[in-house]
Design a protein around this ligand. Structure first.
Ligand code: FAD
Ligand code: SF4
Length: 448
């Protein structure tokens, strides 16, 4: 097979599913603990012993329902949750042998529901109230699902052509195939939720229009694209945004321009790892991740880091880019870098990188920017209070504008935990409950 012909295979799911025998054997190992610590460790509080127990009796619809009831994004989470830090990390079997493979069992049950096209829930009796959800990612879908179950008429406005947020276009398909998040979207739609794609609030419709037409609005807009590096030459041909690159690998035609090329990735979080592994899997000859701190400070999950090393991605520590160099045709040829050292830890406990004065040049054909995600600044213009771009909320997920709530990555950074799919799903649920509580008390006041 030609190398280019095998490239699509690189984007097929890497982790094999459990067979029926493996799933049953693994489920039987569970101790079904009373007060199970794994439930507390799961941000969405899935009743893990219960769904696992249902696998042992082959009640797979019941198992999938237990998972999806607590977590409307439970099929995606089965694949992308950092389980060793969450549910599996809390499993009591860690003390004696190895933890139950909770993520894999969750995948087994939800895969079964997907393959058997099982409708898992029915919408609640309509209560005559309408809610608009801005953003159809994990947080928005989760809020929409809960609101529909509570009887609200929900419309989700999604800027992209397909809903699902980063699950659909931002997390690499070899860990999370698009069909999984699109199934979750269909589950939400099956409750009568209207999903208006290709509709960007702030452009196609204003927030004020939504406030006029709906009883409440949920902002679940996530974060924006990768911010600029702020160095000369970054407009040259061959500089890519890591999220755009992942998105391109989840579309029908895979990008061709990386085959046989050398590249560098700037940043060392999960986005950088995903950008680097995508480039390798698209046929790049050599890919180096450059980070201005060291291995000890990198923010990528350990399993992502190990995965990238297995994919032959190289890592260079204490390196910061200072200029992109190009040829007369405006194409990237090299990256000028500064050597860094770490100063003492500051008040936040993080050691600051400082230039040593030494510089060097790395020859490269492409550069992938992966230094985190920017914020949606348009919210400031429409009167939503933000802090460094993060939407400010009270204890009930309500923003500075009454009747407008927020959840997911859009509020990440306010002591709201890590930016994770499972955290966004939980916040979506909590925002829905907060809206319901407020609307109920308002109705009670009106009828009193
Ligand atoms: C490359 C990458 C890899 C990741 N890997 C993992 C992982 O392995 N495990 C994990 O748990 N988490 C991972 N994450 C984090 C996770 O994807 C996010 O925390 C999660 O998707 C947040 O969900 P959300 O709904 O808040 O935002 P998003 O998923 O970003 O969804 C927001 C949605 O809002 C839409 N939108 C934005 N603005 C508007 C507007 N004005 N009008 C209408 N729609 C709008 C967007 O198009 C998008 O669909 C990763 C993130 C990235 C970038
Ligand atoms: S949603 Fe994530 S954290 Fe919760 S049980 Fe499933 S894999 Fe574990």
């Amino acid at each position: 097979m030609e190398r280019s012909e095998s490239i699509p295979l690189n984007f097929q799911e890497v982790e094999p599913p459990l067979s029926t025998q493996e799933a049953t054997d693994e489920a039987t190992r569970c101790l079904y603990c009373y007060d199970a610590p794994c439930i507390t460790a799961c941000p969405t509080g899935i009743d893990i012993p219960s769904f696992i127990q249902k696998i042992t009796t082959n009640n797979l619809t019941g198992s999938a329902r237990t998972i999806m009831e607590a977590n409307p994004i439970g099929a995606s989470c089965a694949r992308v949750c950092p389980t060793e830090e969450l549910c599996e990390g809390a499993c009591v079997l860690n003390q004696t042998s190895k933890p139950i493979m909770i993520g894999k069992l969750q995948r087994y049950a939800t895969d079964w529901a997907i393959q058997n096209e099982k409708p898992l829930f029915t919408a609640g009796k309509r209560n005559g109230q309408k809610v608009a959800v801005v953003g159809g990612g994990p947080a928005g879908l989760s809020a929409a699902r809960e609101l529909a179950l509570l009887g609200y008429a929900v419309t989700v406005y999604e800027a992209e052509t397909e809903a699902g947020g980063l699950d659909t276009y931002g997390i690499v398909s070899f860990r999370l195939p698009k069909r999984i998040s699109l199934w979750e979207v269909e589950q939400v739609k099956s409750l009568g939720v209207s999903i208006q794609t290709n509709t960007r609030i702030g452009v196609d419709l204003s927030l004020a229009e939504l406030q006029q037409s709906f009883d409440a609005v949920v902002l679940a807009v996530g974060m924006a694209n990768v911010p600029p590096l702020g160095i000369p030459g970054e407009e040259l041909h061959g500089v890519y945004d890591a999220i755009d690159l992942v998105k391109a690998t989840k579309s029908t035609t895979l990008p061709q321009q990386f085959q046989g090329k050398r590249g560098v990735v700037i940043g060392a979080g999960n986005t950088a790892i995903d950008g680097a592994t995508c480039a390798v899997r698209l046929g790049a000859e050599n890919v180096k991740v450059l980070y201005r701190r060291t291995e000890a400070e990198m923010t990528a999950y350990q399993f992502e880091y190990e995965f990238a090393k297995q994919d032959s991605v190289e890592f260079r520590w204490l390196v910061s880019p200072i200029a992109v160099l190009g040829d007369e045709k405006g194409r990237v040829t090299a990256l000028k870098c500064a050597e860094m050292a770490l100063a003492e830890a500051d008040e936040s406990g993080r050691r600051t990188p400082i230039p040593t004065g030494a510089t060097f040049v790395i020859k490269t054909d492409f550069i992938i920017k992966a230094i985190g995600q920017a914020r949606h600044r348009w919210l400031d213009d429409v009167g939503i209070a933000t802090h460094n771009g993060v939407i400010s909320i009270d204890h009930h997920y309500e923003t500075s504008v009454k009747g407008v709530f927020a959840c997911g990555d859009a509020i990440f950074g306010q002591g709201q935990g890590e930016a994770m799919v499972v955290a966004a799903a939980e916040q979506g649920k909590q925002a829905a409950y907060a809206i319901d509580k407020k609307r109920r008390s308002q109705r009670a006041e009106t009828s009193a």
